[in-house]
Design a protein around this ligand. Structure first.
Ligand code: CA
Length: 415
């Protein structure tokens, strides 16, 4: 039985940025997301040029390996187109784009990936990230330097190690072929989604809503509900069985849905998201969504910076620890000093004695000591007074303690 796909693509500028540098595509067999970078002008050009080149290979393939090869060729061509555009428009220097693409062929999918957009497979209620981010922080995670949780909030989380652009003429693209089956739901998205919406929440939305268009709209809405600091693009692809040939309408969204304007002027236009138009946008921001790690010097600099941050963190903990220890010691000292302003009358070696301190002990440490042995023998005292002295009589001051000793001595029978 032939497998068919049902899909949807949605892209939104988000609540903070002034233009959408993401592009998305859902077609016959090809599905893709590209996230451009390069300041106010360039990012949208890069993602649009790359995606427009890629979608030329949408169509039927006799094998997934053929599709994988077509993906590879198209991506190398897209990379060359970006380099050419920068050559013709030097003001675009430094522009680049991520690209994550999927081509379905029968019961297989061919995947191509570069950058930090992601491809997930949702199967039997379980969401699995298939691609690995080509980011600086992912490298730190892989090397065990930071945890995945730390990576999410790392100040350098946007730094990409690999990207399509004008830097490298032979981009290092991850390629793979995997199986797919009815019921599989594939999700391609830019980091505008995964940067703010937790995987568990993404999985919940994928599980609860059957229509790809509804799911894609809801995921974008979730990103907006979380403040959408970045452009967000979502492509959802459902694999199902059908007797009839599938019909599809190719959807191109984001920067690639508009004519490429090298001046970056199209960034001022509103994005086409009728369903989500009511969400107000935040103030514009020209801050680039990514910047690419260029050259080993730069990478070394970043690693040094990370080491410095790690050392600073350790130092902060050390200073914090010392402060806590000093505070505890000071509290203990003050407490001890207070105990030494107290006195009580008790007995030592058969004599009545004045003690300084209080009767409590902390473990092996006694908080009192004999201050004065009065020389008055306990045996001389009447029985009731012996009992009182043995159970101790407290006194606020040394004078009060001496007065107590005087009254004890007065009970000694004469003769
Ligand atoms: Ca982004």
């Amino acid at each position: 039985m032939a497998l068919v796909t049902e899909s949807a693509a949605v892209s939104h500028v988000g609540r903070v940025r002034s233009n959408n540098q993401d592009s998305g595509y859902a077609g016959q067999s090809l599905f893709a997301v590209a996230d451009g970078m390069g300041g106010h002008a360039g990012g949208d050009v890069a993602s649009a040029l790359a995606l427009n080149k890629l979608l030329e290979i949408d169509g039927e393939y006799s094998s997934a390996v053929d599709a994988e090869f077509a993906l590879q060729e198209a991506i190398v061509s897209a990379n060359a187109i970006l380099a050419e555009a920068v050559y013709e428009h030097p003001e675009l220097t430094g522009m680049g784009t991520t690209l994550s693409a999927l081509v379905r062929v029968g019961h297989s999918v061919a995947l191509a990936h570069i950058g930090d957009s992601r491809i997930y497979r949702f199967r039997d209620g379980k969401l699995t990230q298939i691609t690995t981010d080509h980011t600086f922080v992912q490298r730190l995670v892989d090397n065990g330097r930071i945890t995945a949780e730390e990576a999410k909030v790392h100040p350098r989380r946007s730094v990409l190690m690999r990207v399509l652009g004008d830097v490298d003429s032979t981009p290092d693209v991850d390629l793979q072929v995997m199986d797919t089956r009815p019921g599989d739901r594939w999700l391609l998205c830019s980091d505008g989604l995964t940067g703010v919406v937790e995987n568990d929440d993404i999985a919940k939305t994928l599980a609860e809503h059957p229509a790809p268009q509804e799911v894609a709209d809801l995921l974008v809405k979730e990103s907006l509900d979380h403040g959408a600091p970045d452009n967000v693009t979502v492509v959802v692809v459902d694999i199902s069985e059908s007797f009839t040939g599938s019909t599809y309408i190719a959807q191109t969204v984001g920067a690639a849905s508009r004519p490429v304007a090298y001046g970056g002027a199209q960034g001022k236009k509103a994005t086409r998201m009728p369903g989500l138009r009511l969400h107000p946008r935040g103030p514009g921001s020209a801050e680039p969504s990514h910047f690419e790690a260029q050259g080993d010097d730069y990478l070394d600099e970043l690693i040094d910076e990370d080491r410095r941050r790690s050392r600073k963190r350790k130092l902060t903990w050390l200073i914090g620890g010392v402060v806590v220890v000093v505070a505890i010691a000071a509290a203990l000292l003050l407490g001890y000093q207070w105990t030494q302003t107290r006195y009580f009358v008790g007995q030592t070696n058969g004599h009545v004695a004045i003690y300084q301190g209080i009767q409590q002990t902390i473990g092996p440490i006694s908080l009192s000591h004999v201050y004065e042995d009065t020389g008055i023998s306990i045996d001389q005292l009447p029985a009731y007074m012996q009992t009182q002295v043995e159970s101790t009589i407290s006194a606020d001051t040394i004078d009060a303690a001496r007065a107590t000793v005087q009254s004890i001595s007065d009970t000694v029978p004469r003769g």
